[in-house]
Write a protein that binds this ligand. Structure first.
Ligand SMILES: Nc1ncnc2c1ncn2[C@@H]1O[C@H](COP(=O)(O)OP(=O)(O)OP(=O)(O)O)[C@@H](O)[C@H]1O
Ligand SMILES: [Mg+2]
Length: 230
């Protein structure tokens, strides 16, 4: 469903992604790991269209999206929950969700669906985003990314700074999405046990490229963590 080939991306003169290849198959959960600053978030920005690569191609469901703007990628079915969540603090939970919808208003079905995934949010629709806990904001960010019914969900470190009980809730939601089989997930994750428990395939990045990849049964925590330790 997503094929990234030979991508090179840079901020001004500093090259961050180099000759990067990665693919995500239909219905798969793919985890990307790597030390701080190796380019994981940059990779997701390139997929979402927030940064245009200098070289290489991205093909999504048979369409070359390399030069498409973010809103067109969203329309094609890519949803994004950014690192740090980027919830609008002065908007309510409901308003944050509406902002995430592709059309002017989310459909009742999509609203019911995300609230069934995150029942806690349905009890705080009128609350300001800024008054939510970090874990609740993360759930809201994922819900907002899902409300336009994407077929590829990009998640950037959803467990970062989140209390364990909410990490479990998020894991259960991702498991449910995986069982439903209608979407793929590309998950950037530093918490290795969480990544291993959910992924079908994994990639480890170093200096803007892939240094280790494999499917779930090749995911050995010791081997992966050797690439992550400083
Ligand atoms: N907007 C920007 N302008 C210039 N350089 C940037 C920008 N954003 C990131 N960088 C640099 O690009 C490199 C890769 O950053 P990126 O955020 O993609 O890393 P990351 O793997 O997501 O790190 P982390 O684990 O800390 O989230 C880093 O050296 C970072 O300092
Ligand atoms: Mg990052």
């Amino acid at each position: 469903m997503l094929a990234i080939n030979g991508v090179e991306a840079a901020y001004a003169e500093s090259t961050v992604l180099n000759e990067l290849d990665l693919s995500v198959a239909d219905g798969q959960v793919v985890c990307v790991m790597g030390r701080n600053g190796v380019g994981k978030t940059t990779l997701l920005k390139v997929i979402m269209g927030l940064l245009v690569p200098r070289r290489g191609t991205l093909v999504f469901d048979g369409t070359d999206i390399t030069r498409l703007p973010p809103y067109e990628r969203a329309r094609l079915g890519i949803g994004y929950a950014p690192q740090g969540r980027e919830i609008f603090p002065s908007l309510t939970v409901l308003q944050n969700l509406v902002v995430g919808a592709r059309r002017k208003r989310p459909t009742p079905e999509s609203m019911d669906y995300v609230l069934s995934l995150f029942p806690a949010l349905s009890r705080m629709l009128g609350k300001r985003g800024g008054d939510l806990s970090g874990g609740q904001q993360q759930q809201l960010a994922i819900a907002r990314a899902l409300i336009s019914d994407p077929t590829l969900l990009l998640l950037d470190e959803p467990t970062e700074g989140i209390q364990p009980s909410i990490v479990h809730e998020i894991a259960a939601v991702l498991e449910r999405i995986k069982r439903e089989g209608r979407r793929s997930i590309l998950l950037v994750e530093q918490y290795l046990e969480f990544a291993r428990s959910i992924c079908d395939r994994f990639y480890v990045m170093e200096k803007g490229g892939v240094v280790l990849e494999g499917d779930r049964n090749a995911f050995h925590v010791d081997r992966v963590s050797a690439f992550l330790s400083v």
